[in-house]
Design a protein around this ligand. Sequence first.
Ligand code: NDP
Length: 407
Amino acid sequence: MAKNVLIIGAGGVAQVTAHKVAQNAAEFGALHIASRTQSKADEIIASIRDKGHQAEFTSHALDAMDSKAVAGLIAAHDIAIVINVGSPFVNMTVLDACIETGAAYMDTAIHEDPSKICETPPWYANYEWKKREACENAGVTAILGVGFDPGVVNAYARLAEDEYFDKIDSIDIVDINAGSHGRYFATNFDPEINFREFTGTVYSWQGGEWKQNRMFEVGREWDLPVVGKRTAYLSGHDEIHSLSARYPDSDVRFWMGFGDHYINVFTVLNSLGLLSEQPVTTAEGLEVVPLKLVKAVLPDPASLAPDYQGKTCIGDLVKGTKDGKPGEVFIYNTADHKDAYNEVGSQGISYTAGVPPVAAAILIARGEWDVKKMVNVEDLPARPFLELLGKLGLPTRVIDATGDHPL
Ligand code: NDP
């Protein structure tokens, strides 16, 4: 029987996810989208109609921090698959609702507690992994972090494991956005979440242990397909916290590209304390969280889409040995901001994050990835996912000993 789908959230990523679900409506049953601000979900539905899709979505107002309300919505509409692309603050309440009702769960970012930044590694162990047993007991499929990074890059690591190496020495994930949005300063996704990634300790997994650095302390120039030579900095990121568990003997690092202008603005905001998640009280007695104020004055990431130009390149450089012989492979995707806008009305970062959960949802609906337990993406066979992603608009390429070729 066709499975009903519920998308939670109505931001930049949800817009892409909803369009892709609509394009692939034949894979699913009834389609629902719920968010805090229902009018935003309705705008997404209207944009899907504007593109001429026949698929009908039903919108709902939902506070996803209220687990009972989420479970009620799931039960009322017989939802089998929940795609959580709301804020990462809602992960655990949505996951609990899925465990209660038996619906499959997926998200694209690790859970965060609004009052804490950069918790003890591995981050998944602080929240999601505590529910592994509950998922298994309830027979609930939960696929964690199935955006692009985390998500597709985890599948790239698994592909390297399956098809290239019998021992992996290092996984370097590199994320370069060579696009330009034309604004003085903006973040590509929720500013609050974006800054939270960079204000804490930079954790990487090296030599079998957690290493700690400061943001922008370690930079390295990369020469990548399409985007060329770019400097990327060692950064903390979700996927290190699951890949290090599967590949404990490998170094796992994440490199994010930044221009000097971003670094300057970030440094000023951070040094002034404007990126703090801790409330301050003004002379007038008003309590304000500086980070939330900065978010309120910055452009909405979704609003960048019409003017965004240029390309992204995100991939994994994996080094290892096969039959004792050392080698390396770079597995990657490039995406174009304008192409994303023309297809679904979004910028490229939302596009790369919003398409993968739809591929995962299709694989769950078909039964291929309906594993009835909690997993990270690298725990699942990579090929079916990556091949489907190619059909959905995110093709994989590989640079190996034979050259640069499609997967
Ligand atoms: P946005 O801020 O644009 O959208 C978040 C949406 O969640 C908004 O519609 C917001 O509602 C909604 N929301 C927030 N709180 C609640 C709540 N309590 N109940 C219901 N809805 C709520 O973010 P993005 O679309 O850019 O990002 C979505 C997710 O994707 C984030 O978790 C982000 O970290 C992740 N991401 C993952 C990437 C990857 O490659 N893995 C890359 C980019 C993002 P409202 O409109 O009312 O504020």
